[in-house]
Ligand binder design. Structure first.
Ligand code: NBP
Length: 500
């Protein structure tokens, strides 16, 4: 029997909202739903007449607010940006002090900080929660990254823990077997309080940046196998299937194996061969890269994955350029098995660098925003539900378990040892990509990052001398303590001459 008032409400019944609402109802919570276009609400409630918790459709925001138990909790899952602001404004006008607004969309973390501050002034509580895993995750268990008012999150936590993906306590492997109305029992929920104000959305953004990197690296592995060995889609599908049973085991490798094995229903060709080579983006990878530049943190692998999508998007220009700009005409003559292993190793090493960069960003951001991020926990909640879920994340949790203050993942003994063992293959693959003219921007920039990070000495001495020459930007000396700055008088004749 329906309760008089719902445990929670949800606004925005597009893909994410509908699936998250059903997930919440599956766990026995009564949920009120509202959508700007009422027909969507009506259809959604009519299509789902019997959920364990119960769905309550509402036609106006006033009706929605009146249907919620106090303190009211409302999850917003509408388009990020202006739509989110509009819904928050509408709710804020009707909510009472102590009520809780939860934004589950992909908000820019600085927007979340702004919204939290504004709502606090109205005595309303705000949680910005990353929700990862797309449609399937929202329905059967996403990874959740809540940030904001900690006391408010305590009140939301039972629902967030119930609906989150679950992983096995010992192995960290995702627990499967979820079906509508029959959620996973037991396991560790992939949800943890991340930190104050915008911390949850910041960490979700980094997750997405890492996701961009993972996807591009897989594409480079595919392109190198195709370009150097001439393998067919189904042959590569089998290789990715095997990789998924080893150290690269992950959701993205698994779906790549499936995609490469898929036939196009219309042409009966390999599906991947009929898909146009232009990729779109919604902005979170770009946000991550812009933030890396803003904070002065090197995150080249993530940035290259965004630039790769940009280059892919100018298809017509590339087709025209391909008729003018010639590359090398060399045939690969090595052994297939050894090269496939080398590409595997290049992918794994590049992946370590990409994650190292993502965690470096979070480390710097936490100083800037005064957050106390638990990196081991963050890696832990990414083990299930989300797009980057992978066995590899267990290694990261273990690394931060060994040393919470780890300066860079590359310094962890496991990752260091792994790269030592695999770097010859990594270098070989990057060299082959250059010799054969096959672009591998994330593989090569990751290697440059690794070599740069492990260099006690970089050529920035010359760079700083150049800056001192033309701009009197001063320099520090190798034979003097850090923090003391010098300038020399450069020869007058080499300075830019201004004609009057
Ligand atoms: P969309 O991002 O496509 O947003 C559609 C929803 O926003 C509809 O319910 C629409 O109502 C509502 N909406 C809009 Br548009 N403008 C509105 C306004 N001014 N006032 C009220 N409602 C408005 O939906 P989605 O793909 O389900 O994603 C929802 C959120 O989750 C987004 O922030 C997205 O970035 C994030 N996210 C998405 C995914 C994914 O895989 N799709 C994954 C993770 C996170 P209408 O029906 O009346 O037009």
């Amino acid at each position: 029997m329906a309760k008089e008032l719902s445990d929670i409400g949800l606004i925005g019944l597009a893909v994410m909202g509908q699936n998250l609402a059903l997930n919440i109802a599956d766990h026995g919570f009564q949920i009120s739903v509202y959508n700007r276009t009422t027909e969507k609400t009506d259809a959604f409630v009519a299509e789902n007449p019997s959920t364990p918790g119960g769905l309550v459709g509402t036609k106006t925001l006033e009706e929605f607010v009146a249907s919620l138990a106090k303190p009211r909790k409302a999850v917003i899952l509408v388009q990020a940006g202006r739509a989110t602001d509009a819904v928050i404004d509408g709710l804020a006008a009707l909510f009472e002090p102590g009520d809780i607004i939860i934004d589950g969309g992909n908000a820019l973390w600085t927007d979340t900080i702004r919204r939290e501050k504004a709502l606090k002034e109205k005595n309303l509580r705000f949680i910005g929660s990353g929700v990862s895993g797309g449609e399937e995750g929202a329905r059967f268990g996403p990874a959740l990254m809540p940030g904001g008012d900690k006391a408010a999150f305590k009140e939301l936590e039972p629902i967030w823990n119930a609906i989150a993906a679950k992983v096995d306590k010992k192995t960290g492997k995702p627990l499967m077997g979820a079906a509508p109305g029959k959620p996973v029992k037991g396991g560790v929920p992939c949800s943890t309080y991340i930190g104050e104000n915008g911390a949850g959305h910041y960490v979700k953004m980094i997750h997405n940046g890492i996701e961009y990197g993972d996807m591009q690296m897989i594409c480079e592995a595919y392109d190198l196998m195709k370009g150097l060995l001439g393998l067919s889609a189904s042959e590569m599908g089998e290789i990715f299937g095997k990789w998924n049973k080893g150290s690269l085991d992950s959701f993205l490798i698994e779906i790549t194996a499936d995609i490469l094995g898929q036939k196009d229903p219309a042409s009966k060709k390999a599906f991947v061969d009929v898909v146009l080579d232009t990729a779109g983006q919604k902005g979170t990878g770009k946000w991550t890269s812009v933030n890396a530049l803003d904070m002065g943190v090197a995150a080249p692998t993530i940035a290259e994955s965004v630039f790769s999508r940009c280059l892919s998007a100018i298809k017509e220009e590339r087709v025209a350029a391909s008729k003018i700009l010639k590359g090398p005409k060399v045939k690969f003559k090595g052994k297939k098995k050894a090269l496939v292993q080398a590409i595997h190793d290049a992918l794994y090493c590049s992946k370590i660098c990409s994650y190292a960069q993502g965690f470096q960003l979070m480390r710097t951001a936490q100083k800037e925003y005064n957050w106390k991020l638990n990196f081991g926990k963050i890696a832990q909640i990414w083990r299930g539900g989300c797009i980057i879920r992978a066995g590899f994340l267990q290694r990261i949790t273990e690394a931060f378990g060994r040393d919470q203050k780890l300066a860079n993942l590359l310094l962890d003994p496991y990752f260091n040892k792994t790269i030592q063992a695999a770097q010859d293959n990594w270098r070989k693959v990057v060299a082959l990509s250059a010799i054969h003219g096959i672009p591998a921007p994330t593989f090569s920039s990751s290697l440059a990052y690794y070599d740069g990070y492990r260099s006690a000495r970089l050529p920035a001495n010359l760079l700083q001398a150049q800056r001192d020459f033309f701009g009197a930007h001063t320099y520090e000396r190798t034979d003097q303590p850090r923090g003391k700055f010098y300038h020399i008088d450069w020869p007058e004749k080499k300075r830019p001459q201004i004609e009057v």
